[in-house]
Design a binder for this molecule. Structure first.
Ligand code: ZN
Length: 417
């Protein structure tokens, strides 16, 4: 038994050794480095970093393993800008029931599967914007992935997210019930700032705030926090090197968020030219989550491609095109979890369908997301010294965006999955 254990140990040691001391030469048809497409590039990986990327005019170390990736395009691992690994599609189980009727063990078990599916789809990083009732389990899952317990992407986590008291859900309209909520409820500035500090202490890399929600008199979305409230959150987060991501669909919610100095606005359905111009001026990025809204309408009965286009889809297209025209920075994030994990690239396809150029979508999902989220010195580009998070897709995604759904090779941190 003892010698068996020793054997196992030595096998693991060898693997670890091979990873830190090995060289891989990746030979695709072309390389997208996060900004530009190159026809004649190869990429040399050493350990968990990119050692060299460019034309093949450098000497190969003796122990280099060559990986032939003919017919493919090499790209930086995609960065999902808006995921919920602790949710699964609402047509399987409605959101209320996921929050109230699934144990944290079940939700974590599901999240483990989601993390693996995400990685294998070429998304080597996710910005996970709220566990929706699963407390701080995203911070725990992140550690488990880092320790190699389960495979998954790098995680940038928000933990519980912050909502204004009385505005979020589950809410069955029965005042006798005090139900657990999908986010951390706060009332005044005191509890708001306390929640920010607590969440950061528990592992939040990004602070997620709901600037509006459906608590209007007739169930319509209405602003929840004042500009001053949100500015206080931004100030605390900034001191700790964190950014603030804000859920907002109303114009007033977006206006207040912009004035407060948040980093990204999520959804932004009522955004128009004026709002997006303001965002561009103030350096606030926009994460449109096209695929999330599209999926929810289909769950409600819209037969896409058969039925006429719902008014909200037509409006979202118009709004997205206003964003493109304004020049606001656009992140790639689909609100995946509403639709199946591993199908993250659906958002990228829809961004092109709604009018964005394929190459710009590729930038959004790599270098733009990395820079906006504050990780540009580590991920998002194929560049010497950055982490070897590299994927290959069949064909040329700058010519046909559907190629991003044909992932044939995934490397994260120098390890091939
Ligand atoms: Zn979301």
């Amino acid at each position: 038994m003892k010698s068996f254990l020793l054997l196992i140990l030595s096998v693991f040691t060898n693997i670890a050794f091979a990873q830190t001391d090995s060289f891989y030469l990746l030979k695709p048809d072309r390389v997208f480095d996060g900004e530009t497409m190159h026809g004649d590039w190869v990429v040399l990986v050493h350990g968990n970093k990119v050692e060299n990327a460019g034309s093949m005019n450098f000497k190969l170390p003796a122990n280099t393993r060559v990986i032939d990736l003919k017919g493919t395009t090499l790209l930086p691992g995609f960065i999902e800008g808006h995921s919920h690994l602790f949710l699964h599609p609402y047509n399987e189980v409605p959101w209320n029931d996921q929050v109230l009727r699934e144990s944290s063990a079940e939700r974590t078990a599901r999240a483990v599967n989601h993390a693996k599916a995400t990685l294998m789809a070429g998304f080597t990083t996710v910005r996970d914007l709220g566990t929706e009732g699963a407390m701080y389990d995203d911070a725990g899952l992140k550690r488990a992935i880092e320790k190699g317990v389960v495979p998954g992407p790098r995680m940038i986590v928000a933990t519980r997210a912050i909502v204004a008291k009385g505005t979020y859900g589950p809410n069955y309209g029965n005042p006798d019930l005090d139900l657990p909520q999908g986010g951390e409820e706060v009332a005044g500035i005191e509890s708001l700032t306390d929640a920010v500090r607590t969440q950061i202490g528990k592992g939040a890399d990004v602070v997620k705030l709901y600037a509006d929600y459906r608590w209007g008199k007739n169930g319509e979305a209405a602003p929840t926090f004042s500009t001053e409230d949100m500015a206080a959150v931004v100030a605390i987060a900034k001191s700790g090197g964190r950014i603030v991501a804000v859920h907002s669909s109303t114009k007033e919610g977006m206006r207040r968020s912009i004035a407060a100095g948040v980093t990204t606005i999520e959804h932004g359905d009522d955004g128009d030219e004026e709002i997006f111009r303001l965002m561009k001026e103030k350096g606030v990025a926009f994460c449109p989550t096209l695929a999330g809204g599209d999926a929810i309408l289909q769950y409600r009965g819209w037969k896409k491609g058969v039925d006429p286009e719902p008014a909200s889809i037509t409006a979202k297209k118009k709004s997205f095109q206003a964003a493109l025209k304004s020049g606001v920075t656009i992140c790639m994030g689909g609100d995946v979890g509403v639709f199946p994990h591993g199908d993250n690239a659906r958002e990228m396809v829809m961004m092109v369908e709604y009018g964005m150029k394929p190459l710009d979508v590729l930038k959004s999902a790599t270098s733009v997301n990395a820079d906006v989220f504050g990780y540009g010195d580590k991920i998002g580009r194929i560049k010497k010294g950055l982490f070897a998070d590299i994927i290959a897709v069949q064909g040329d995604p700058s010519a046909n965006i559907h190629a991003v759904q044909q992932v044939t090779f995934v490397m994260k941190d120098g390890k091939v999955y």
